[in-house]
Design a protein around this ligand. Sequence first.
Ligand SMILES: Nc1nc2c(ncn2[C@@H]2O[C@H](COP(=O)(O)OP(=O)(O)O)[C@@H](O)[C@H]2O)c(=O)[nH]1
Ligand SMILES: [Mg+2]
Length: 254
Amino acid sequence: MFFMFIVGTAGSGKSLLTAALEEWLASSEISVAVVNLDPGVESPPYTSDVDIRDYVNYGEIMQQFGLGPNGALVASLDMGVGHVNEIREEVVDLGRDYVLVDCPGQMELFAYRSSGPLMVSGVKEQDSALSLYLLDSNIARLPSGFLSSLLLGLSINIRFGLPQLNLLSKTDILSDELVEEIIGWSMDPYLLEDALDDSSQGLIREYSIAILRVIREIGSGPGVIPISAKQVIGFETLYGEFQRILLGGDNLYE
Ligand SMILES: Nc1nc2c(ncn2[C@@H]2O[C@H](COP(=O)(O)OP(=O)(O)O)[C@@H](O)[C@H]2O)c(=O)[nH]1
Ligand SMILES: [Mg+2]
């Protein structure tokens, strides 16, 4: 079994990508299961095979403990960790090759509290896994937005410790030229530095350039993969990357 953990900021397109990727893989005769790990989601755009909402009731937790949306998500995830073995068993019983895991919207709660990484390692156990990190085109279209999305992606990588693909989501809202420019930023930090130079000033520019120096040292990874879940763009490239990483045992950040 190959696990794909789909992560990104709220609204970056995780759930729609999960739905579109499931459909695409299934239509290519690849066996696929979908797991929803977001306790707070109301109506995801797919039918999940395994769902954390069968184990924890977000609405009830919110009421019972008088919590707001974020507090209730934290509590739900903490409780969900107690059921991770059952969730894993359900997934194993399905016996599919690919498992798409749609992760909670509030990424900072999922990634930075211990429940998120515990959930990830409990669900995948010894199986191969990677994370698909979404950079939202709405944010990454500006050099400063791209840089901050990239940094968030690095911290996700550190938290989960999985091989990671960085995807530029919703590229259908950008011109082809801008998509190419953003790919350029992701592959060559000097291009991003030039773009930052032109678009930001003062302290922000100084900070950004200093951060870029660090990124240059650790390596910026293999570049973002442009996709659109809405228009089913980039899935073949994505699938090629899955094969390369999962079958080749390639760790992108080593
Ligand atoms: N234009 C466009 N919009 C998208 C795409 N993917 C998602 N969206 C929209 O972005 C919003 C958030 O998507 P969703 O999948 O719920 O994001 P999540 O919070 O990360 O799960 C919804 O209104 C989607 O219709 C895409 O590829 N293109
Ligand atoms: Mg979602």
